[in-house]
Design a protein around this ligand. Structure first.
Ligand SMILES: [Zn+2]
Length: 482
């Protein structure tokens, strides 16, 4: 009886499989139709294919959501302006930006041009060769904010596209499809069901969350619609508003690619894998690819300082030299999102997280398991001491970057760890200081801190007071750009 029933069931199932259209086939067909309509709406296949270069001049307002001097809204709004240029035929890309934010003034550019790829700092007057230039990764952000290029890429990579759903939003109906670019997570693209133009796109970025892009004010350039306004939202919060002032198609980008000969050649920018530096007996700076933490060995435990990305891997590196001492404290320097990523790792280690009282809410938010969070908030200063070592955690704020900022000071060894106020390039020339660095230097004097070694959350290079002075005294040269 039982056998018969399952045979019967198998018969029904296979019959229904044969009758139903295959899900993937149906979905791909629908996606292809949406892509075809989108290509038409964005100027047609021929025009899109004929794009060799695109140059866009923009004015941008960056909203420092969670990255402002204060830990709560209203957020700082920071102005910037610049130009992006791409040459699709020759894999050339340039992005130039100047402005300020977070106590940093900047005027720089990245040029991707094969062997002639450079990171330019116009304030410092330097050109640093990029050892391993990557056209797709570097130009990706520009392609993602330029619908014509995005639709062209979608069409070229249509085999990765899938139809997701129809969605009603802000009084429009969108057909949503998803596809994968050369690098990075998949993108969902929202095409207006009537005009077939791209109005929104979305990606989920690890460590960031939901990134939403909105394109409006389309205007035709050489028969191709280009958006004049672009907005970026991060986890639902306004993050950037950009006005595209000038868009040119197939103009020469030679003058943008050219490296101004007055720029001083600086040391090459090379990949920076995870590594461990011994700074002093029992003091380690561990990190790579732009994020570093300090670990200080006490008699019976470890004090970890800094909460940037990759704390678990940095702890693994520590365990190669310090096998069994528990991490008792994890110090979070300030409330910016890239400096609280380490909170869950410290919670998992059973450590007490030390943070400024003003940053309590942000740190609690950052803990994945808030019940397990042991938090020690400090208003001014907290001293960790045993027979052999003294570690002072001091709030040296306010600075141009943050109202409150914890640094770790080892008076006996003359070692200071700080985040976001003084980071030297991995090697080569010291760039002129911005407001953030200047206010940091003032705070050191005010607190009577005179370090021999200055460690940074974003650089593997150990700085000195002499180098800090050099940065402050250095004139801003602003070569070759506005
Ligand atoms: Zn910061």
């Amino acid at each position: 009886m039982k056998l018969n029933a399952s045979l019967l069931l198998a018969g029904v199932l296979s019959a229904s499989l044969v009758c139903a259209e295959n899900l993937t086939e149906k979905n791909v067909e629908k996606a292809q139709a949406i892509i075809a309509a989108a290509v038409e709406a964005h100027g047609g296949a021929e025009r899109l294919e004929s794009i060799n270069t695109v140059v866009i001049e923009h004015e941008t307002e960056n909203v420092a959501t969670g990255q402002s001097r204060k830990a709560a809204p209203p957020w700082d709004r920071n102005p910037a302006a610049g130009v992006d240029a791409i040459d699709l035929e020759n894999d050339l890309f340039v992005t130039r930006n100047h402005g300020n934010g977070g106590g940093f003034e900047f005027n720089n550019a990245t040029v991707i041009n094969g062997e002639e790829s450079y990171q330019l700092n116009y304030r410092a007057g330097t050109a640093a060769p990029i050892a391993e230039p990557d056209f797709n990764t570097t130009s990706g952000p520009f392609v993602r904010v330029t619908p014509a290029l995005l639709v062209r890429q979608l069409s070229a990579r249509a085999q990765t596209a899938r139809y997701m759903d129809d969605v009603e939003s802000d009084g429009r109906t969108y057909e949503v499809i998803s596809f994968s670019m050369e690098v990075g997570p998949a993108i969902s693209m929202y095409f207006d069901k009537e005009t077939h133009q791209l109005y929104r796109s979305e990606r989920i970025l690890p460590n960031f969350g939901l990134v939403e892009y909105r394109f409006t004010d389309y205007k035709s350039v050489d028969g191709i619609p280009f958006n004049q306004k672009f907005e970026l939202f991060l986890n639902g919060d306004e993050n950037m508003v950009r006005r595209n002032l000038k868009t040119k198609v197939n103009a020469s980008i030679d003058n943008l690619i050219k490296i101004d000969s007055r720029l001083e050649r600086a040391a090459a920018i090379t990949p920076d894998p995870l590594s461990r530096q011994k700074i002093d007996e029992g003091v380690y700076l561990i990190g790579g690819t732009g994020t570093y933490a300090m670990f200080v060995e006490m008699d019976d435990y470890i004090v970890a300082v800094g909460g940037t990305a990759g704390i678990p891997e940095r702890i693994e590196q520590l365990r190669e030299v310090v096998l069994d001492k528990p991490i008792k404290f994890g110090v979070v320097t300030h409330h910016h999102f890239d400096h609280v990523l380490g909170v869950p790792a410290y919670v998992a280690e059973g450590a007490t997280v030390i943070a400024s009282a003003a940053h309590e809410a942000v740190v609690r938010d950052a803990a994945e398991d808030s019940d397990a969070l042991k938090l020690k908030t400090i208003d001014d200063r907290y001293v960790i001491e045993d027979k052999n070592r003294r570690v002072e955690i001091i709030d040296i704020g306010p600075t141009a970057h943050s109202e409150h900022l914890l640094v770790a000071w080892l008076p006996k060894e003359g070692i200071l760890f700080q985040a976001d106020h003084f980071a030297l390039p991995a090697n080569g020339t010291i760039p002129p200081a911005g407001s953030s660095t200047k206010t940091f230097a003032g705070a050191l004097i005010e607190h009577g801190i005179d370090p021999l070694k200055i460690l940074a959350a974003h650089s593997p290079r150990v700085g000195t007071m002499k180098e800090l002075r050099t940065a402050i005294e250095k004139e801003v040269v602003t070569v070759g750009s506005k």
